[in-house]
Ligand binder design. Structure first.
Ligand SMILES: O=P(O)(O)O[C@H]1O[C@H](CO)[C@@H](O)[C@H]1O
Ligand SMILES: [Mn+2]
Ligand SMILES: [Mn+2]
Length: 408
């Protein structure tokens, strides 16, 4: 009997994927570029010097980077005694967005094309906006462009509060984002608006509507809150979560996972705000989850607070915090448990723009009973889902190759 713990370091890519050029991302390397800037003394806000992540390195992260990019990032030590199974995975899915990455990890790659709002300005079709304005009885909308969420509330937050017009924006992802003030517009009202927009988007094949509530005022500045909520379409086929749940197992979401899977295939769901709180919640759940549990945690700060914000020091600090807490996660593992560390896409904080980057993701596995092994390049993130199906004796997923040793 066993349990699986999957920690997604959201956006922690380890080097440009083979098809990165198609996305304008040839040369992107979230991990490598962060390590490089740390080594050069250019990521010293709230931390200092070379990236210090000894526990991740012991699990094989350095070799993963070397395998994915052909070089070990500067000033990271070569580790000879690696304790886990380690590889790097490419993405089969057509997009570099969060749902595609997570669903593929759960055994269901997204092989169809999402709809996108490609125009940088006047991004949304007029007909769609008119329908939203009429159905929600709005005085109009603001934004209607590609934007970084923090920049657009700084620019339009005041006007939004004065007019009651929601701020709508998108990105290179298949998303429709709506930012509204929690007090002047109202949080519940924002959620209801997102639900309505979700329905009106039906013909456009858009992956997610995202509620982006914020607080503050023009004098103190506007800040986004933890009440963000994603309205995703459900995965196109049953994931390993659905299969484990159907077989009587526990599937426990921590953080954004439940939203990403449109609340499908779960038996329990918990939220927490921030990297440390999410890891503490994961540890608390690990202490009491029964056998045949999948504990699935998304660590969103890497992406939202640092990757998209192009904050190299912040990303490095978060990696160092994660690394410091990692031994507690390893200690909380029971004899047959298997821990997976991976990511859903890249978001290189040194890359132009603020969008995700098409990268390989790390696959680090650790278990007390699990022999260390180099896993090399994996053809799909779905190898994680297939390994989970294998671990729990479920029928195999249609995609992916198990990374467990035979007859674990
Ligand atoms: O700039 P913010 O609002 O954080 O938006 C980011 O968050 C969205 C969902 O991950 C992405 O599409 C990206 O644009
Ligand atoms: Mn993501
Ligand atoms: Mn993101």
């Amino acid at each position: 009997m066993a349990r699986a713990i999957v920690l997604v370091l959201d956006s922690f890519g380890v080097g440009a994927a083979e098809d990165a050029a198609k996305f304008g991302d040839q040369g992107a390397d979230t991990f490598g570029h962060i390590a490089e800037l740390c080594a050069a003394g250019k990521a010293n806000e709230g931390r200092e010097g070379p990236l210090h992540i000894p526990n991740l390195m012991t699990l094989g992260l350095g070799e993963v980077s070397r395998g994915a990019t052909g070089r070990l990032p500067p000033s990271l030590p070569t580790v000879t005694a690696i304790h886990g199974r380690y590889g790097w995975a490419q993405e089969l899915s057509s997009g570099k967005d969060t749902p595609s990455g997570h669903w593929e990890m759960a055994g269901v790659p997204v092989l169809f094309e999402w709809g996108y709002f490609l125009n940088k300005e006047q991004s949304f079709p007029e007909e769609l906006l008119n329908r939203i304005i009429a159905a929600a009885e709005l005085p109009g909308v603001l934004g209607n462009c590609h934007a970084s969420g923090t920049e657009i509330i700084a620019r339009l937050g005041d006007q939004h509060c004065a007019t009651g017009q929601p701020i709508v924006y998108t990105s290179a992802d298949s998303v429709f984002q709506i930012a509204c003030h929690e007090e002047t517009f109202g949080l519940q009202r924002l959620y209801e608006l997102c639900q309505l927009v979700r329905e009106l988007l039906e013909p456009y094949n858009i992956g997610r509507v995202i509620a982006r509530p914020f607080v503050g005022n023009a004098d103190t500045g506007f800040t986004r809150t933890a009440n963000r909520k994603d309205y995703a379409v459900p995965p196109p086929a049953p994931t390993v979560l659905d299969k484990l749940k159907a077989s009587g197992g526990e599937v426990i979401s921590i953080g954004k996972i439940a939203d990403i899977f449109a609340h499908q295939g779960l038996t329990q769901s918990y939220k927490a705000d921030g990297l440390e709180a999410l890891l503490e919640k994961t540890l608390a759940v690990m202490r009491q989850a029964p056998q045949r549990s999948l504990i699935f945690t998304n660590l969103v700060d890497f992406d939202t607070l640092y990757g998209h914000r192009r904050d190299v020091s912040g990303y490095a600090r978060a990696l160092e915090t994660f690394d410091r807490l990692l031994p507690r996660v390893l200690e909380a593992l029971e004899q047959d448990d298997v821990l997976f560390l991976s990511a859903d896409h890249g978001c290189d904080p040194t890359w132009p723009g603020t969008d995700h980057t098409r990268e390989f993701v790390p696959v680090l596995m650790y278990g007390k009973n699990l022999p260390a092994h180099e896993l090399g390049k994996r053809e799909s993130f779905a190898d994680i889902g297939q390994s989970i199906a294998d671990l729990f004796g479920l029928e195999p997923m249609n995609y992916g190759t198990s990374m467990l040793p035979p007859r674990l």
